[in-house]
Each structure stands twice: as C-alpha cells, then as structure tokens.
Design a protein around this ligand. Structure first.
Ligand code: SF4
Ligand code: SF4
Length: 306
C-alpha cells in the first residue's frame, strides 16, 4: 500500500461534515465529474497548480523552466502566459521558480502518522462536542485502502468516524471501509439514470445498489442532497429521495440539503477549466425551506447545509 496520500486540505473545526466539531480530510481523487463540483481541485488524483493572474508579472520564467513545453511565454503585447494542462506532468518546477508566487501547488503528500498527529490535536473538541473525523474529497472511496487506514487508526484511538461519499465504488472496497465507519454521509445527485450520467459522468445504478447494501449492513446514513439549478432543484426530486429513504428502513438518520453555490468559480479559472454555472446564482438557505418542509412531513430530521 502507498505510504502517503495527496490531501488538499485538513479542515479543523468543521461543523457541517457530520456531528459535532470535526476534522475533515479532503483527499484528492474522485470517480465522478459533477458539472457543478464545489471542490474541483479534488477531482484528479495528482498534484496540480493554481495560476493567479492578478499576481503574474508576465516575466516568462515559468515557461523557460517547464521541461514539457506546457506553458507558453507571455505574448509580445502583454498577453499572459498560457498553460497547456494536458502536457503537464506535475513536476512543479514552475511553481517553485515563479518569483512572484503567482502559482500555487494543490495537494500535499501526507503520511498516516502525519494525518493522525493533526487529528489528535483536536481530540478534546471532539470529546466535548461528540465530533470526530470525516474523510471527504474528492471521494474517500477513490482511495479506499488509504481511507481504511485512516479510519481504523481513528477508531482504535476512540475517535468517531464519518465518510462523505458518492457511493460509487466496488462493493468489496466499500465493505472494508464500512467496518471502520460510524456514519456515512451519502450523496444523491439524481435518481434519473440518464440525468445522473449526464451531470456526473457515471450511472447511478452501482450507487443505488451500494446504498441498499449499506443499509442492510445496519450502518447509519445521512442522505446528502446537493441542490443544483437545472439538475434536481425540484420538489419531485425531494419526494422521490424521501420515498427512497423510507424503503431503507431505520438506517437513514436524516437528510441534509446542500444548496448550490458558485464560490468555486475562481478556482475553476485558476485551474484553467470551464465553469458551466457562471451565470447561475447561488441558492440561499431560505430558498430551501419548502424542501425542508417536505422532508419533515415524512418524519425525517433535516438540515440545510449539513
Ligand atoms: S513565472 Fe510567475 S510571474 Fe512569471 S510569468 Fe510565470 S506565473 Fe507569471
Ligand atoms: S508542473 Fe512542471 S510540467 Fe507542469 S507546467 Fe509546471 S513546470 Fe511544466
């Protein structure tokens, strides 16, 4: 097994990723490519870099040091250098050599011991708030072996564990992760197979099969519904998911509505990726009160924002 893993963020004092105060570990790598992804820097399982145009002085040094020709020199009329990400091999020479800190590495290699050291620092907060750790991403199941390692170390240390997942993984991998997981935050994006494929890149069949299997293992689940304009922002979806939850017996502890926001727009620009939601406004929590009422009417505990 690999000795280190790429982590984009160790977020201490999280209050929206499971019960109590938590440390959320964002791993790099995901099998889905959701069009609205709020953490686009976590999708690919290799190191990348942000390019910040406002800091770039167009000196051209990045272009000179890149061994792959993945950055063009600045243009004669003051044009900024262009990045050709498909040629990039993640050597990070450009980042190290930029004299103006206009480039920033995404993803740092952490060992399990380093992760646990950071996690242990907030043990008192977990104990006083009934919190713990949450492994997120990306998707913790993309790196399932490493996720097992983190969760098992936490459980052995008496720390509550959550995963925040799309549920898209071979059952054998998921099963090993579940042994060490107290609560699963299980995302549902669409119940329509075609729509799911269109907006995430994969079918929802495996996801729904896994959801049923998790519940038959008597594991506790919170369903997380990212509410996305043009994808699932409709009462029909909420009714359908709540009906699905009913069929899962008492495994479902509650349902979290996660409103779409466009705060990630800047990250897409810095990653040189297209963002399809530029013209779409964020959804305010108060806009979801109607959906909240529908879920409550089925008898489920519900949050807006997790
Ligand atoms: S080295 Fe830095 S400041 Fe110079 S052109 Fe490249 S990104 Fe811009
Ligand atoms: S990370 Fe390496 S290969 Fe990629 S653009 Fe920078 S210097 Fe070139």
């Amino acid at each position: 097994m690999r000795k280190e893993i790429l982590v984009t963020n160790m977020q201490r004092f999280s209050v929206n990723d499971g019960p109590g105060i938590r440390t959320t570990i964002f791993l790099k790598g995901c099998n889905l490519k959701c069009t609205w992804c709020h953490n686009p820097e976590c999708i690919y399982p290799y190191q990348e870099f942000y390019y910040m145009e406002t800091k770039c002085m167009r000196c051209g040094h990045c272009s000179e040091v890149c061994p792959e020709g993945a950055i063009s020199p600045p243009g004669p009329n003051g044009e900024f250098p262009k990045r050709y990400r498909n040629k990039c091999t993640s050597c990070m020479k450009c980042v190290q050599e930029c004299p103006y800190n206009a480039l920033e590495i995404i993803g740092k290699h952490w060992s399990i011991d380093e992760i646990m050291h950071e996690v242990e620092a907030d043990r008192l907060f977990y104990e006083n708030s009934r919190g713990g750790i949450t492994v997120s991403g990306g998707d913790p199941l993309y790196n399932s072996e490493f996720t097992v390692e983190i969760l098992s170390r936490a459980k052995e240390a008496g720390i509550h564990t959550c995963i925040d997942t799309s549920g898209f993984a071979p059952w054998e991998d998921l099963k090993k992760v579940l042994i060490w997981t107290d609560l699963i935050l299980f995302d549902i994006k669409s119940l329509n197979l075609q729509k799911h494929k269109e907006v995430t890149g994969v079918s929802n069949e495996l996801i729904l099969q896994n959801l049923h299997k998790i519940c038959s293992e008597k594991k506790k689940i919170r369903l997380r519904l990212p509410i996305i304009p043009g994808v699932n922002n409709e009462a029909e979806f909420i009714h359908a998911v709540t009906e699905l939850a009913r069929g899962l017996g008492d495994a479902v502890e509650g349902i979290d509505l996660m409103p779409f926001h466009n705060w990630a727009m800047g990250k897409y620009k810095q990653l040189d990726r297209d963002y399809l939601f530029t013209e779409i406004n964020s959804i305010a929590p108060e806009d979801l009160v109607g959906f909240e009422e529908i879920i409550k009417s089925y008898g489920y505990e519900v949050t807006i924002g997790g």
